[in-house]
Design a protein around this ligand. Sequence first.
Ligand SMILES: Nc1ncnc2c1ncn2[C@@H]1O[C@H](COP(=O)(O)OP(=O)(O)OP(=O)(O)O)[C@@H](O)[C@H]1O
Length: 280
Amino acid sequence: MTLQGALAGGDLAHTKQQTITGDVPVISLKDVTKVFTDNQGRTIEALAPLDLVIESGTFVSVVGPSGCGKSTLLRLIAGLDAPTSGTMFRYGAPLDSPSHEVGIIFQEHVLFPWLTVLQNVMLPADILSLPKSGAEKRAWHLLELTDLKDFAHHKPQALSGGMKQRAAFCRAMLANPRFLLLDEPFGALDALTREELSLELSRLWDEVGRTAFLITHDIEEAILLGDRILVMSQRPGRIVADIPVKLPRPRTMRTSQDPLFQDIKQKVRQIIFGRQEDAS
Ligand SMILES: Nc1ncnc2c1ncn2[C@@H]1O[C@H](COP(=O)(O)OP(=O)(O)OP(=O)(O)O)[C@@H](O)[C@H]1O
C-alpha cells in the first residue's frame, strides 16, 4: 500500500479542500532577523531582515550555502525559537510557540533508542494529550503505510536508516499536521533511498495537499518537490531569489529530464555559486 493512498482516506483525511483556509497565509514573516551571541559574547547575525509569505497548499523548498541561516529560519517558523526583531504570524495569529498543527522532521531522526518504534511514533500523543485509542489506531495505520508494522515492537537499532526516517515521518504525522517542516530529512540516507523517499513524499503531497517547507542541500530534490524555491544568500541569510517551479505534477523520475527542470537547476546554481556553469 502506498503512503499517499491511505493517508488521503478514512479518518486520516486532510483533503486539499480542508487545508485551504481562505486567504490567510500559513506563515507570514515581516522584517524578521535573528542574532545569536556565541559563548565568547560575540554576536552572530544569522538572518538579515527577511519577509516571507507561505500560502496554504504550497510546497516551498529552501536552498543556500552552508551556515546561511536555513535551519534558523525553520526553527523560527516552527515556533522553537524567537526572532530578534520583526513579526511572525501563523494562520493569521502571532507565532510565538510550537503548534500541534505543525509537524517537523529533522535529518537526525531522533528516535529514542530505549523506546520501541510504536512508542516512538506515539510520543506526540503523550506530549499533546491526544486521545490514546485514536492515536494508537492512527499510529498502527501509519506504520502499515510505511511498511513498518512488523517492526512496531522493535527498538530503532533494528531498523535501517531509511526505515528510521520513515518511523520519524510516522511520528511527525501522528497529530495530522496541516503544515510540515522538513530540515534535510533525507540528508543522512544513501542516494537511492533518498530518491525513493523524496518521490514518495512528492506523491503524498500531491494527494493530500498539505503545506510544506523543506530545507535541502540538494538542488534537484528542491526542484523535484517544490512549487517555489527560495534561494538564500551567505550569512546573514536573506532570500535572494524566489523561483516558481511550474513543472507538471505528479513528479516522477522523468521530471528531471524536462528542459524546464534543467533551466531551473542552472538558475539556482548560478545564484548560489555566482557564475555561469554547466549544471549537468
Ligand atoms: N544557537 C546558536 N548559537 C549561536 N550561533 C548559532 C546558533 N544557531 C545557529 N547559529 C549560527 O547561525 C548561523 C546560521 O546557522 P544555521 O544552522 O541556521 O545555518 P544553515 O544554513 O542551516 O547551515 P547548514 O546548511 O550548514 O546546516 C551559523 O553561523 C551558526 O553558527
